[in-house]
Design a protein around this ligand. Sequence first.
Ligand SMILES: [Fe+2]
Length: 267
Amino acid sequence: MSRYVSTKYQAKQADHDGSIEYTLKEHQMWAELYQAQISLVNRHMIKEYIDGLIHINLSSHRIPQCSEISEKLKKITGWQVKPVPALIGYDRFFTMLANKLFPAASFIRNKDDFAYVKEPDIFHEIFGHTPLLTHPIVAEFSQKIGQLGTQLATDQYAWLARLYWFTIEFGLIKNEQGKVVPMGSGLASSPTELIYAANGKEPERRPFEMMDVLTTPYRIDIKQPVYFVLESFDQLSEIASRDLISDIEAAKKMGLQEPHAILAQAC
Ligand SMILES: [Fe+2]
């Protein structure tokens, strides 16, 4: 959810029925990303993501239309995917989530950004996000984030964004065997960061603790030096039922932690 970054990409325009025309080269980029990623996600991602991926049955060789995904998601959790420009503000983002509309940036990355694109592209949105939007707890949590976001003052947005970032975008989770595995969409859609998050010795993996999550700074343009680990999907459900506005107020009083050494170094 990198909503306020400058971008070199142009949003693709949807026609009157919401369809977007892609070039052969763009479909080819999807096919290459899909091919690179499918065996990696099968090996490393949490099982519930894989189950969702099977359920929505994405094309391996062409960019799906948001309407196709919406038809499937609507029947499962009531969610839909809507094309948006590359960058939207938090207010629109939260309002869409509150209404079970997942905003999908419509462009696809080019070769230079094959491994990771800091702006969310259609591969990240569809391949990364939509499989877990089939999961009732993730669907409910995402809507809760949206509902809460619509109640916040603008100076509170970034605090809530950190919760979304460290769970939905870059979260890790324990699987049924207790092994820590990737769950987040930013990992599912990045060939390099998925392996780094799953097996790398470098990143810190901290247990999910609300104040730690809300006060930990992150950057969107480097591999994450810190990940947070959920005990289970049930923990995500518990988080959604908390008084998150009070949590955000408490976190604001504490203030942001010093940036991780890697973040500071990269500045
Ligand atoms: Fe995302």
